[in-house]
Design a protein around this ligand. Structure first.
Ligand code: NAD
Ligand code: SER
Length: 314
């Protein structure tokens, strides 16, 4: 078996994905890469890589005998608005490098995440279906929608085995997010377990689709393991977990930490959130390759608070 390379491996998703891949395939089969150095020793090989550097990517693929790539490097929604062209460049250029490697059959399988950000203000907000009006008005959403179209194109024209999920806001305890609109739902737990008040940058009734990271990683591996014939959507799959508002999340946290307090100071990220769906309908993911979420808001909160409290204590 060739190796699996994770690009952007030190981020919120990469940190947990690399751990899961090491556990599943063994550390000798995984290569983690990122543009920055890890803050602690990883359980697998690590190389510095700028995801827009095609010749360095060529070298790593050849030197490590890489067959499968998970490409996670991107500029996320809120951060992308402050650097539209730079974000477009990273998000698109890097994707095209890997799709080309797929076309040349130098990699066999490729995962690239899309996002609920492909939807826009004119999209139906509740139970947003797989195929619907998609007119994103953020740099990030435009880059993800364009990326989805390219993925489908390379699959149809060049038989590239590309697989993708429209992740909702992901919530995990192993690393801090950076630059997303859904980041509040991670930060809130860090403040709650340290006994601090939380200033939320979204309105209390802003309902967004979210998912516990463990579910997201399990779903990602399930999609990548599925028989190619069952993957009938090669743009990106709707992928649903749980939907809640900041106030509902705060109420759930208060059940475990009664003294927790939250206040609301919406900023420019509210506008981005307003353009996204409140909930996602993911019938295709469930029927094509068997997706089923496990965590609800209650089990997610219990686990987040338990794990972060242990970290604080140690
Ligand atoms: P993140 O920002 O936490 O991690 C991205 C990683 O990429 C970082 O470690 C960063 O150092 C690295 N990186 C940045 N520029 C790079 C470059 N030029 N070359 C190589 N590495 C570079 O992001 P994340 O939350 O882990 O998200 C990963 C992917 O999933 C992204 O494509 C994102 O759009 C998508 N996604 C994430 C969420 C979410 O809620 N976290 C939701 C939807 C989609
Ligand atoms: N969670 C991501 C963000 O807020 C959605 O893709 O940017």
């Amino acid at each position: 078996m060739g190796k699996i390379m994770v690009v952007g491996a030190l981020g919120q998703i990469g940190t947990e994905l690399v751990e899961a891949l090491v556990e599943k395939y063994g550390s000798e089969n995984i290569l983690a890469t990122d543009i920055r150095h890890p803050s602690q020793v990883l359980e697998c090989s690590f190389e510095i890589l700028d995801a827009t550097d095609s010749s360095r990517i060529d070298d790593l693929i050849a030197n490590y005998d890489v067959e499968v790539v998970y490409h996670l490097a991107a500029t996320l929604s809120a951060k992308a608005e402050s650097n539209p062209l730079g974000s477009w460049d990273l998000n698109m250029k890097s994707l095209m490098i890997f799709l080309e490697l797929g076309r040349e059959k130098r990699i066999k399988k490729f995962f690239w995440p899309s996002s609920i950000a492909v939807f826009g203000p004119s999209t139906p907000k509740n139970n947003t279906p797989q195929r619907t009006v998609s007119e994103p008005n953020t740099v990030y959403g435009i880059s993800k929608l364009a990326g989805e179209r390219w993925c489908e194109y390379y699959s149809e024209k060049y038989d590239v085995d590309v697989r993708s999920l429209r992740y909702p806001g992901l919530i995990g305890y192993k690393s801090l997010p950076g630059g997303g609109t859904t980041d509040y739902a991670v930060d809130i737990f860090h403040k709650a377990v340290s006994g601090e008040e939380f200033n939320c940058f979204l309105k209390e009734d802003c309902m967004l689709p979210m998912m516990y990271m463990k579910d997201a990683i399990r779903g990602t591996l399930q999609l990548m393991d599925a028989d190619s014939s069952s993957i009938r959507i090669r743009s990106s799959y709707n992928f649903s977990g749980i939907s809640f508002t900041p106030s509902q999340l705060a109420d759930e946290i208060k059940k475990i930490i009664p003294g927790f307090t939250i206040n609301y100071q919406p900023d420019s990220r509210q506008q981005i959130a307003d353009s996204w769906p409140s909930s996602i309908y993911d019938e295709e993911a469930r029927s094509h390759w068997g997706w089923k979420r496990e965590y609800d808001i209650e089990t997610m909160c219990k686990e987040m608070i338990f794990q972060l409290s242990q970290k604080v204590e140690s």
